[in-house]
Design a protein around this ligand. Structure first.
Ligand SMILES: [Zn+2]
Length: 59
């Protein structure tokens, strides 16, 4: 973790799936309140166990 010196983009950990995600431009105005990596996580549609196992499955 790089801190204290010009980190280009902040990161957070998603409160739903537990994975780290990086700042996105669409969150520029909202970053302080962003807690989820995606709308699925935000809306509670994300299944934690399934997501961790199938994150790259794509189906
Ligand atoms: Zn997530």
């Amino acid at each position: 973790m790089k801190e204290g010196r010009g980190a280009p983009r902040p990161e957070k950990t998603c409160a739903a799936c537990g994975r780290p995600f990086a700042w996105r431009r669409k969150w520029a105005r909202d970053w302080a309140s962003v807690r989820f990596c995606s709308s699925a996580c935000r809306e509670g549609r994300y299944s934690r166990a399934r997501g961790l196992a199938r994150e790259r499955d794509g189906r």
